[in-house]
Design a protein around this ligand. Structure first.
Ligand SMILES: [Zn+2]
Length: 460
């Protein structure tokens, strides 16, 4: 195996409740008509000045830094990163990166990959090179940039790590999933480790594909006895290849200067502690705890911890004394089953945590059967109601009355002489057939574990 080094620079759109841009009060929306969410600030009209940065975006980025194990700097200074491009009306981008900047978070570590820094910057506008039109709607959106050390040594490790990163950031609802990401992927291989930077990588899966392609390309050069050149390339999604963009000698000088229009942002130790306290346990920590202390299967623990809603519902059920195995079955299988059926995200189903806990508790106390529980959860995926009242009103309680159960069994036996014959001649499957008949007669409200012994007793 060839030795490789990969590092990432990932930009994502920060999600805030206020949905305001970073330096003005324009709305953040990724779907509106071009140039409808704009003002003099985000279009850089002469004389306009940025407002103080959106506090919520600052808090979010501190939370991201903490989740990735970074040390948080208490002073943040915005820089002007100069470049001339039609998407940038000021001629510079406001960013907390560059020569004089102290990024928000530094020296982090997330699952054995060093985090060089985590910082905040504004998004430029969108320029269409074909029509020449510029849409300023997204100009000034708050972006987070996560820069890793070149610590990835295999493609599999990269793929796993990205999956964990996405889940972890989703736990704090940090990044707008719908809006996509922009990423640079830096790849180098032995013996000389010449760094090739791949730009224009716009999804998590493309990060993996572009790294895989680039390792292969460099390996072929080395095998032919050629040198890998230090250069910038661009990822082409269509052909799934990287293409030459510019050599190192042409690297841009951004002429960073501190932005005189913006104040230094100070954040106190207490504020950082407050944010730290509000953060959830990380997904992989949850998974480990589920496996170790609740003794559930690793695969189940993975699925449940991959979504904070599932994880919280599961933990709430355990707190309410639902047995872990039953909780796994309902949180992982049943909830996902109805979500798939309705083609919805779990979070968008009208089913509440309490609904699910009520169903699980009723099953555990043998007050309803699993079958009835399944019907209730299907109904709950389109309607809201109180589970306990619903069970009472619709007379869905499990048939625990043994005389009622005996009657169902007797009926099933007298109506199916063929099955009785089969059973007596040793066919065990006949018993399952009779069980099916009893379940149908009881509308799913008989408990199979009670029915089988009852049938056997009557057949003797
Ligand atoms: Zn604006």
């Amino acid at each position: 195996m060839v030795k490789i080094k990969i590092g990432l620079e990932i930009h994502g759109y920060i999600k805030t409740d206020s949905t305001k841009k970073l330096f003005c009060n324009c709305n953040i929306s990724h779907e509106e008509e071009p140039n409808t969410n704009i003002c003099p600030v985000c279009t850089a009209q002469p004389g306009s000045k940025p407002m103080a940065p959106n506090k919520e975006a600052i808090d979010k980025i501190v939370a991201i830094g903490l989740m990735l194990g970074c040390k948080i700097n208490q002073k943040m200074l915005f820089q002007r990163k100069h470049y001339s491009w039609p998407d940038l009306p000021t001629g510079y981008q406001k960013t907390i990166s560059g020569s004089f900047a102290e990024p928000v978070g530094v020296n982090g570590n997330f699952l054995d990959i060093g985090i060089t820094d985590v910082h905040l910057e504004e998004d430029p506008a969108r320029w269409d090179p074909v029509s020449g039109c510029v849409d300023y709607n997204r100009s000034g959106f708050p972006l987070v940039e996560i820069v890793t050390d070149p610590d990835f040594t295999s493609i599999d490790q990269l793929r796993d790590w990205l999956k964990n990163l996405v889940t972890t950031l989703s736990y704090i609802d940090a990044i707008d999933k719908e809006a996509g990401i922009k990423s640079d992927v830096n790849v180098s291989i032995e013996p000389k480790y010449q760094r090739v930077e791949v730009k224009n990588v716009n999804s998590y899966s493309s990060i993996v594909s572009s790294a895989e392609y680039e390792v292969q390309r460099q390996l072929e050069l080395v095998n032919k006895g050629l040198d890998v050149k230090q250069e910038t390339r661009t990822w082409d999604d269509e052909s799934q290849t990287t293409k030459f963009m510019r050599s190192k000698e042409n690297a841009q000088d951004y002429m960073f200067i501190p932005d005189p229009d913006l104040p230094i942002i100070k954040i106190s130790t207490q504020e950082i502690e407050k944010i730290a306290k509000s953060l959830p346990e990380k997904p992989f920590e949850k998974k480990e705890r589920f496996v170790k202390s609740l003794k559930i299967e690793e695969d189940d623990a993975s699925v449940i911890s991959s979504n904070i809603y599932l994880a919280e519902t599961f933990e709430e059920a355990i707190k309410n004394k639902v047995e872990p195995k039953l909780a796994v079955r309902w949180v992982r299988r049943e909830l996902l089953r109805v979500a798939n059926f309705q083609k919805k995200e779990i979070e968008d189903l009208p089913i509440t945590k309490n609904n699910l806990i009520d169903i699980m508790t009723l099953i555990q106390e043998k007050k309803i059967t699993e079958k009835v529980g399944q019907k209730i959860i299907e109904e709950l995926s389109v309607n809201t109601f109180d589970v306990k009242t619903y069970v009472k009103d619709n007379k869905l309680e499990a048939v625990s009355d043994s005389s009622a159960l005996e009657n169902f069994c007797k009926e099933a036996i007298s109506e199916n002489p063929k099955a009785i014959e089969d059973f007596k001649s040793g066919k065990e499957s006949a018993l399952n057939f009779l069980l099916g008949q009893v379940m149908r007669k009881s509308r799913g409200q008989a408990v199979p574990n009670d029915v089988i012994p009852m049938l056997k007793k009557l057949l003797k």
